[in-house]
Ligand binder design. Structure first.
Ligand SMILES: Nc1ncnc2c1ncn2[C@@H]1O[C@H](COP(=O)(O)OP(=O)(O)OP(=O)(O)O)[C@@H](O)[C@H]1O
Ligand SMILES: [Mg+2]
Length: 349
């Protein structure tokens, strides 16, 4: 399955310091972040980053503090310039854009949401959302109507006339998201938008994003520290460490086949029943029979419930068209939900 790539980075390096280009060769020869800092007082923020971010999906960038997440996405609209390498959006080299095209990219094609939304304090929720539309030339009455609609879509109807100071952090964040979505930019960069929110509100906000994305199908790059959040939201996930991509894949592959101990440690305690789907653990059908049917995209925890309710020891697995594609036994489901021993994880390359 080939997917349309929206944002691509090729051999992207970012070094901060007095003379970054001087150290590129050293880094390419294998000098890492710690050594570059200790010996040369330069910060290796991104190292040979090659990412294909698919269109119309949620792509999560995950990693510890300082791993390069924010620096990476700031390259997409050229808030940060690379030391070496390229960034393409829709196949166009972002570094080759002239001033006018760059302004267009930032205003029309990319919008951003941060951990702390900076709403304009002296404007109401409605005015904050409408502002971005007016800047783009949408007439006032139209901007107003669209802003009302976006506020409704983020479940904030009734708060149109509230000022930021009158709203909680979570409410402000919703307005910030409405403002970002209202511009109709096809790329949404979200830099830890939910990290400051308490867990229940955070889950609500994740649900909202998934619901909106179900209709909108924007290209969303979502940064988080939190693996649960990454697995829940991401169609694809890239895990960064010290400016390098250590693994890239869908949530299931990250949980089931971590590429090294670093990722393995991360995923060890994850609730596998909420991530792994029946289709990835089934065995061939081979004429096996069962009254119970499960679709291949059923999560293991849901499969367990179905099997238990029916008192069944196995189920036939069918695809979305209802065609039989495999077979799973209760014992396979239970085994797949058990966390692996770290020793089982493949050594890093
Ligand atoms: N303007 C800058 N000057 C010097 N170093 C910088 C600059 N911006 C970022 N860095 C460094 O680049 C590295 C990556 O930073 P980045 O902000 O991308 O991390 P992050 O993964 O977003 O972390 P966090 O989760 O804490 O936000 C860090 O070592 C950071 O200190
Ligand atoms: Mg950051």
């Amino acid at each position: 399955m080939t997917e349309l790539v929206k944002i691509a980075t090729r051999g992207l390096y970012k070094i901060f310091g007095r003379n970054p280009s001087r150290y590129i060769e050293l880094v390419r020869d294998g000098v890492g972040k710690q050594e570059l800092m200790a010996k040369y007082n330069h910060v290796l923020a991104l190292s040979d980053m090659n990412l294909d971010i698919p269109a119309n999906r949620i792509f999560v960038v995950m990693g510890l503090s300082g791993s390069g997440k924010s620096v990476l996405i700031r390259h997409f609209n050229r808030i940060v310039e690379p030391t070496l390498g390229s960034v393409e959006i829709d196949g166009r080299d972002v570094l080759a854009l002239d001033q006018g095209e760059l302004r267009d990219l930032r205003r029309k094609h990319i919008s951003m949401v941060f951990q702390r939304v900076a709403l304009m304090p002296h404007r109401t929720a409605l005015e904050n959302v409408a502002y971005g539309l007016s800047v783009r030339g949408v007439p006032a009455t139209e901007a107003h109507a669209q802003a009302v609609d976006w506020i409704r879509r983020v479940d904030m109807a009734g708060y149109e006339d509230y000022f930021p100071a009158q709203m909680s952090g979570g409410m402000q964040q919703r307005i910030g998201i409405a403002r970002a979505l209202a511009t109709e930019a096809e790329i949404l960069l979200m830099d830890e938008p939910y990290s400051a929110l308490d867990p229940l509100i955070r889950t609500d906000m994740q649900d909202m994003l998934l619901r909106l994305q179900g209709e909108l199908k924007r290209t969303i790059v979502f940064i988080t520290h939190d693996l649960d959040e990454a697995l829940r939201l991401g169609d694809g996930i890239a895990i960064l460490r010290d400016g390098e991509v250590v693994q890239q894949g869908d949530p299931q592959s990250i949980v089931t086949t971590p590429s090294n101990d670093f990722v393995g440690e991360f995923v060890r305690d994850i609730d596998r029943g909420k991530v792994i789907k029946v289709g990835s653990i089934m065995s061939p059908l081979n004429g096996a029979r069962s009254e119970v049917k499960l679709t291949d995209d059923t999560l293991l925890e849901d499969a367990l419930v179905t099997l238990a309710q029916d008192g069944a020891r196995a189920a036939r697995v069918v695809d979305s068209a209802g065609k039989g594609v495999g077979f799973v036994e209760l014992s396979d489901v239970v085994a797949a939900m058990r966390p692996p021993d770290v020793a089982e994880i493949q050594p890093s390359k």
